[in-house]
Design a binder for this molecule. Sequence first.
Ligand code: 5GP
Length: 194
Amino acid sequence: MKLLEERIQKDGVVKAGGVLKVDSFLNHQMDVDLFDAMAEEWKRLFANRPINKILTIEASGIGIACIAARHFHVPVVFAKKAKSINIDGEVYATQIHSFTHGREYEVIVSRKYIGPEDHVLILDDFLANGCALEGLMSLVKDAGAVVEGVGIAIEKGFQRGGDRIRATGVQVESLAIVDSMDEKTGLIRFRTKE
Ligand code: 5GP
């Protein structure tokens, strides 16, 4: 998506260890008009899917998912990072390894908000090694629901999560795929769509 790629070029900052900082428009300060354009694009890409719920993960996914929900007209559920179980009733739970923090954490979703009747679009800000996404997909599977697709704002294509998950047959639509980035020069190259 041209608009997002241009914004990453303009305002993204390449950090050590393969981290791209996009705090000024995506995951600290949020450009809601940009989110709206991203949502429109996901709506177009998943037009044929019978999506009745959006699932994301706190915190950065929530803003993106809520704006997307204005286009899909479905509820948003976000997986909570749980230190202690502080949610009513029973939950689905899974462990996720954090790329940015280098540790394991548990995420939960209440059984009340996802079940066998659900056709889920998973949305998140970043896709790197794919651990966050695999965790969310396993929650959906545990609930007996269907993953209709995955929408990602920025995929780092040089980490292999996206390729691995696409190979399982899941429709993964990343709006910008970074194929390489150079910490010294700040140069960011995007994958061109075939
Ligand atoms: P994965 O589980 O795919 O390795 O990483 C996905 C999660 O890590 C995302 O939800 C995102 O919060 C975080 N993340 C991974 N890489 C980056 C990055 O380069 N920049 C930022 N800001 N977050 C990242």
